[in-house]
Design a protein. Structure first.
Length: 72
């Protein structure tokens, strides 16, 4: 279990393949646009939970917890 305030990494799908821009290359349109962000956990959670983090710049972002204590 990751604790509140711990350095973690999250993952989220920003755009599904059918939502990608039509002018994007064909191989790009076949895969989702993914986001990986590191920050400080706002609440205790387990790997796989949907969580909110606070980045080093102070932004709050939600996504699936994938790593605790990732490398910088």
């Amino acid at each position: 279990m990751a604790k509140k305030g711990q350095w973690v990494e999250i993952h989220d799908i920003v755009l599904e393949p059918d939502e990608r821009a039509p002018q994007a290359p064909e191989d790009t349109r076949k895969v989702p646009l993914e986001m990986f962000v590191k920050g400080f956990l706002m609440e205790d959670a387990d790997i796989g939970d949907t969580v909110e983090i606070k980045t080093l710049t102070g932004r709050k972002v939600k996504g699936e917890l994938i790593k605790d204590n990732p490398i910088y």
